[in-house]
Ligand binder design. Sequence first.
Ligand code: ADP
Ligand code: MG
Length: 357
Amino acid sequence: ESLINRIAAGEIIHRPASALKELLENCLDAGATSIRVTVKDGGMKLLQIQDNGCGIRRADLPILAERFTTSKLSTFSDLSRITTYGFRGEALASISHVAHLSVVTKTKTETCAWKAHYLDGALVEPKPGQTAEPKPCAGNDGTTIIIENLFYNTPTRLSALRSASEEYSRILDVITKYAVHNPKVSFTCKKTGSPSPDLSTPSSSDVPQAIRLLYGHSIAKDLLHASFGSKKKADGDEDMEVDESEVQADGESWTADAHFTNPNYQSKKMLFLLFINRLISYRLVESSRMKRALEAVYSGVLPKGASPFIYLSLQINPRDVDVNVHPTKKEVHFLNEDSITDQIADTLQQSLASQMS
Ligand code: ADP
Ligand code: MG
């Protein structure tokens, strides 16, 4: 049984960056405004993520790493559909099957923090002979998740990883994208022992500012903006081209917000950040259908070999996400995908065309 669990966990957690992505989403779900990541050896030795979110109650700690432990469902009726879109209490459980997992956490009402260790889905004793229960300790409000020795028991996963520096750059890449999408949250990432972070974002900027901070001025100075549906435009977005259209598909409305480069910006590789809402925070996903459609729009205005930067935040009814797609697969499918994709592509096309004329 433990081998099966290990294999299943490996399907969800492919590499340090995929573990980190799950943990980042948990921090954001918990309402964190500050997220600090510490990494050793590309995340293989240590992946630590500290947030100032709501914390986990002491009473919930014993079952935290059991499969299907989730605090995010109780208020929703259509559990079976929604649980297929990432709320299934599988991330921490999976991690505990392929790594040593520790948690330090404190809610506002608790007088001290609690520390707990997990292995193979269960709370374990910190040292042989001690009882398996959370131990009181000092700590701030919020949660620190510590993952050590990732894939220590799954050599095939471990050998599929790249060098520590490459795994680290994938970690930075994931954090960078979530930082763009969550400009009000401050993120830092550093290697253990390093005095200064490799990535550090202040809070309280907006998405274009975050793009400038994280991806550089060359992208930011050439950004256009479009919003779809009823989503309110952000104030202070001067020199942004705005196109709006109210979009209704089968009575289900959707909204989207896009920041995308004008034809002056030309990159070798297309950068496409696609976020789709879940119940609480948004999830970074991939849609090759959407990517191809938007790439095609740009192929009309950019020279051959040149590619754009596109950030797209899409808000749809969670019920419309394809139930046949496993939540941990990055590729996403949703109802009216073709029509939504076409409308977004059309708007970008018009916006780019007006730049050219
Ligand atoms: P899910 O996110 O699908 O609920 P996870 O395995 O990712 O499942 O997390 C299990 C539960 O642990 C969450 O539902 C949440 O209650 C709690 N949790 C995990 N990480 C955090 C965190 N950083 N802050 C607060 N609670 C957390
Ligand atoms: Mg989660």
